[in-house]
Design a protein. Structure first.
Length: 367
């Protein structure tokens, strides 16, 4: 660099940050956020903070419930394979499903998009996906932050974080305290890997030389990359009616830790969940992952959702009606087990070789 150049005035653009690109992105995504409006959230993007009115949303004496999460290393595949149009749904799902398990209705969402150099086209695709997730969850996208930080991220890389707030009427918080031996466990089908276990998926892809741009061996109609990138299912609209009717005693979102470690989190002391893996068919994708990595059954049940994205705990007398209601709105429901008396924990057992030994396995998670 010449002496003359060193004496020239410096600018933010010289450091790799484009304020103009950021402003253009805000203008581009404003209609996306506007499309997620709901009672209680009517403001435009652009202020220093988002405002939500729980009373306008119909709540009388609400408790607020908050959750935040990310998408994890699934983003690496999105970046490498130009699959940015579903990761925003993943982001919303990971947050709002966690609100739901506490009985809360998601009200609003904020996102954080961080990158080294802002690509407005990719960022807009990601935010459009976030808006789609918010529409599926019935919550408003009321704000967010786009951080352009040269030197923090490799070229083309970005990261996402999401923040959701929901509400539940005082006295209706879902704590799991009413769960008792004899209750039934219903499993709601997942749409795929969802957003957990992708570090192992990516390791297998590298070690086994997968051709992600070719049809999956277990599904000739879809590219393997598209099967892996299927967005996480959002269960809010399906489960809220049964929640409000008081028919659900507990919910477990099956994320990192799988069935073995997430189901016990919603159980009271003295209750043990027994899951029968023979009650549902291991999805072909999951069976293929297990075979590719020679993954032990216990490892599968802690790393992946194994085809069940949400577990619903109901009284035995309500199991049939709740199953019918959820099936009617498009959920695939399995009766996967029951609650028994015992140490708080979860045992998954089944006869199929892909699942477990005959003795099964168990794990206890103390909240």
């Amino acid at each position: 660099m010449s002496d003359d150049r060193r004496k020239a005035p410096y600018s933010y653009a010289d450091a790799g940050v484009s304020i103009a690109a950021g402003n253009a992105l805000v203008r581009a995504i404003a209609p996306l956020a506007r499309a997620t409006r709901r009672p209680g959230a009517d403001a435009e993007l652009g202020g220093f903070g988002g405002v939500f009115d729980p009373k306008a949303a119909g709540f009388i004496d609400p408790l607020l419930v908050a959750a935040n999460d990310g998408v994890g290393t699934k983003l690496k595949l999105a970046i490498e394979w130009d699959r940015h149009d579903g990761v925003g749904v993943d982001l919303v799902a990971m947050c709002v499903n966690d609100l739901l398990v506490q009985g809360a209705e998601p009200l609003f969402f904020l996102d954080y998009f961080a990158c080294g150099t802002l690509d407005p086209v990719i960022a807009e695709r990601v935010v459009a996906s976030i808006a789609e997730g918010c529409k599926q969850a019935g919550c408003a996208l009321i704000g967010g932050e786009t951080a352009e930080m040269p030197g923090m991220y490799a070229a083309g890389d970005y990261d996402l974080a999401g923040f959701a707030v929901g509400a539940v009427e005082r006295g209706q918080l879902l704590t799991g305290e009413g769960i008792a031996p004899g209750d039934v466990l219903l499993g709601l089908a997942s749409t795929g890997v969802h957003s957990n276990g992708f570090s192992l998926v990516r390791r297998l892809a590298a070690d086994k030389g997968w051709r992600l741009d070719r049809p999956a061996l277990f599904d000739a109609d879809r590219l393997l990359i598209d099967t892996l990138m299927t967005p996480t299912r959002i269960y809010v609209a399906s489960l809220l009616p049964s929640l409000r009717a008081g028919l659900i005693k507990g919910l477990a979102h099956i994320t990192g830790g799988g069935l073995l470690e997430n189901v016990p989190r919603v159980l009271p002391v003295g209750c043990h969940a027994v899951v029968d893996a023979d009650r549902w068919e291991l999805p072909r994708l999951m069976a293929w992952l297990q075979a590719q990595g020679a993954i032990e059954p216990a490892e599968m049940a802690r790393t992946f959702n194994t085809g069940v994205g949400m577990v619903v705990v109901v009284a035995a007398d309500d199991a049939e009606s709740v199953t019918a209601a959820l099936t009617a709105v498009g959920e695939t429901v399995f009766a996967i087990g029951a609650v028994e008396a015992g140490e708080r924990g979860c045992t998954v057992q089944g006869s199929a070789e892909t699942w477990s030994s005959r003795e099964g396995w168990s794990a206890t998670h103390h909240a």
